[in-house]
Design a protein around this ligand. Structure first.
Ligand code: URA
Length: 211
């Protein structure tokens, strides 16, 4: 199935690392490193259209005009707590990015998000913002996080996740048709508990070793 609001990052390293992450027997330490490695690759693709401008520089050999990133620093916003795993990988690629956190927990009965923490750099206007969370499941947390960030009128907004499913992508497209999603794979479906099938289980538990 094709999702117009989504880019599946098609790379053998991403595929291979994701398979390792899915395996039940993969340890917490390995899961954590793999999430960082994949996130760096996802970020590479998600940030492909960042604007550059030329400036005069001097190499040891000659002067030249060379491209540098234009505009204000990028802002990466992690949906707590599993979003931290994606953030760590993205920060390896863009160490100067500003960082925000949104705390949302999923009400187990209604599966709707409840905000308990919001700390994001001020003045998002004109800044490129990337919201990240490993699992785009129901999409309710992503929809709420993007709504919250939009209040600060960012220059551009993207969403990066490790795994998505059709239900989450449709939900996101309905509420935020302007936000593009970058992911390593789109899985088959959501189960009745809001978990992605086949998925990889609870990303937060696997990342932090809580279970
Ligand atoms: N959150 C997870 O960690 N895993 C899922 O499959 C769905 C939501």
């Amino acid at each position: 199935m094709e999702f117009p609001n989504c880019t599946v990052v098609d790379h053998p390293l991403v595929k291979h690392k994701l398979t390792l992450m899915r395996r039940t027997e993969t340890s917490t330490a390995t899961f954590r490193s793999l999430l960082q490695e994949i996130s760096l690759l996802l970020a590479y693709e998600a940030l492909r259209d960042l604007k550059v401008r030329d400036e005069d520089i001097q190499t040891p050999m000659a002067p030249m005009r060379a491209p540098v990133l234009e505009g204000k620093k990028l802002v990466l916003v992690a949906i707590m707590r599993a979003g931290q795993g994606i953030l760590d990988g993205m920060l390896q690629l863009v160490p100067s990015a500003r960082v925000g956190h949104i705390g949302l927990y999923r009400d187990p009965e209604t599966l709707t998000p409840v905000e308990y923490y919001y700390r994001v750099p001020g003045q998002l206007a004109d800044r490129d913002v990337v919201v990240c969370d490993p699992m785009l499941a129901t999409g309710n947390s992503a929809v709420a996080a993007l709504q919250r960030v939009k209040r600060s009128k960012p220059g551009s907004l993207r969403f990066v996740c490790l795994l998505a499913c059709p239900e989450g992508l449709s939900n996101l497209r309905e509420h935020h048709p302007d936000v593009h999603v970058y992911t390593a794979a789109v899985d088959e479906k959501l189960n009745e508990h809001g978990y992605i099938i086949p998925g990889l289980g609870d990303a937060g538990d696997r990342l932090f070793g809580t279970k």
